[in-house]
Design a protein around this ligand. Structure first.
Ligand code: HEC
Ligand code: HEC
Length: 419
């Protein structure tokens, strides 16, 4: 080969290398349109605003209340059989849920246990939003016959016996409870509910105030349980900061393609949006009903229940003024769209918490995506989704993407020890 030909080849090779390196660095940036970069940034954990105070709970950001709430969260004495605490179903090292189709306490619930991290940002609690704050929510399972199974007078006695020195500096002196029955509350147990009816109204009020304060302490603890960084967050940070190398190395090409399906072809961000990947609202997505369970109308019933709830934002146990309760005052209370509409769950940590949906109807992410792809008619009400026609490759990529939403270190707050 003569020198000229050799030089020609060398120049072509050099040109290819320069082009290759250029593409390697530029391609990932041009992969997303400007509008999509805005969407990506909105999903980033860095876009999560500081947690606003909960005006209905003036103890929400009191560290002493959070410490008491953490103890209560783990204390099995607050149950009918001494065996159930919040932590029985909300396991910290499993994303604060239990991986069962239906939660199991003293009995079995009709719905699946929900994760807790980041729910302090949510205006509605439960799959049907029948509670409008974390403190009001906590008071549900404590008196539910199938969860903790106890009653509020029993709990007031336990607070006086074991937590007086933690409780009184925060909430003030406990009243004298010695003449009250051991068990009394507006619960399913007929003896305890008859004892409750027989109590003087001012005693019922005093016990209920202690009960509401327990909820406020538990909520103060839950407000410290926050989601942590995922690989998606590192990828979005790389996109936002134009860090091409990190863009290339944080997600695989399948995961990036899956993110593209999530945003573009699957239109998942219609409901799973913002840094918690939820719009905090209720939608009917045609999830099948489970045979053998009572009829579940979702938000249709939940909306009525939260309006009537004795612990809602407008109640006398709330610390809010009515103007703080706009979510409740202006909520959509009726309408066909509420029938079988359920709360949109955050997708952070989703790969770690099969089975899925409000009664664990789907065993795997594959089943979830196949459901979305077909958009079947809802058992009641109207499925808001449309058929997606995703290919088998797109489904595989979408699932690969959902797995990038797992916390990199399972670094939820370390559980405390029960006294
Ligand atoms: C028997 C298992 C069980 C126990 C015990 C239990 N939960 Fe739950 N938790 C569930 C289930 C099931 C749901 C969903 C129920 C529904 O929608 O009707 C839920 C929902 C929640 C939610 C709503 C999250 C959201 O995104 O709306 C919070 C918060 C929560 N529980 C906290 C607690 C606290 C605090 C305690 C203790 C006082 C507790 N749970 C006790 C099973 C349990
Ligand atoms: C119209 C609103 C809406 C759209 C669009 C939507 N979802 Fe959902 N998603 C929901 C609701 C509501 C639930 C809970 C439904 C239930 O339990 O009945 C849910 C549940 C899920 C779950 C189960 C989470 C869990 O903890 O049980 C996954 C996974 C999921 N969606 C992924 C997706 C993906 C991927 C897409 C895009 C293909 C998508 N969603 C589009 C509203 C939506």
């Amino acid at each position: 080969m003569n020198f000229r030909a050799w030089r020609g080849y060398a120049l072509i090779a050099l040109g290819l290398v320069v082009l290759g390196v250029g593409l390697y660095y530029l391609w990932p940036r041009t992969f997303w349109s400007e509008a999509e970069v805005i969407t990506l940034r909105s999903l980033w954990i860095g876009s999560l605003p500081p947690l606003p105070p909960d005006p209905s709970n003036r103890y929400g950001d009191d560290p002493r209340a959070a410490a008491l709430g953490e103890d209560l969260f783990y204390d099995t004495r607050f149950s009918s059989n001494g065996e159930v605490a919040c932590v029985s179903c909300h396991l910290p090292f499993q994303g604060f849920q239990d991986a069962l189709p239906l939660g199991k306490g003293v009995g079995t619930t009709n719905r699946r246990t929900m994760p807790i991290a980041g729910t302090a940002y949510s205006p509605w609690m439960f799959w049907d939003g029948r509670k409008d704050s974390q403190w009001a929510q906590a008071l549900g399972p404590l008196e539910s016959a199938v969860e903790h199974g106890g009653d509020r007078t029993q709990y007031a006695h336990l607070i006086a016996k074991y937590y007086r020195s933690d409780y009184e500096p925060i909430f003030g002196p406990l009243p004298d409870l010695s003449r009250l029955p051991a068990h009394a509350g507006p619960v399913a147990d007929t003896e305890a509910s008859a004892a409750w009816e027989a109590m003087r109204p001012e005693d019922r009020e005093a016990v209920t105030r202690i009960y509401a304060n327990m909820g406020k302490a538990i909520a103060a603890y839950e407000r410290t349980v926050m989601p942590t960084q995922t690989r998606l967050d590192r990828y979005v940070q790389a996109v936002v900061e134009n860090d091409y190398l990190a863009m290339q190395t944080t997600l695989t090409s399948d995961e990036i393609a899956g993110l593209q399906v999530f945003i573009r072809y699957g239109n998942c961000t219609r409901c799973h949006n913002g840094p918690l990947l939820t719009d905090n609202s209720f939608h009917n997505t045609g999830v099948p009903a489970t045979e053998g369970l009572p009829e579940d109308t979702g938000r249709a019933a939940g909306a009525q229940q939260v309006l009537a709830d004795e612990f809602n934002c407008l109640s006398s146990y709330s610390d809010a003024v009515p103007e703080d309760c706009d979510e409740l005052r202006f909520m959509l209370a009726e309408g066909d769209e509420l029938m079988r509409a359920f709360k949109v769950p955050s997708l952070r940590g989703v790969a770690e918490r099969a089975p899925y949906m409000h009664a664990g109807q789907f065993a795997s992410l594959e089943e979830v995506i196949r459901h979305y792809n077909l958009a079947p008619a809802a058992p009641a009400g109207h499925n808001e989704l449309e058929v997606l026609n995703l290919t088998a490759t797109q489904i595989r990529q979408l699932i690969a993407f959902l797995k990038t939403l797992s916390p990199e270190i399972n670094f939820y707050k370390t559980p405390g020890t029960v006294q």
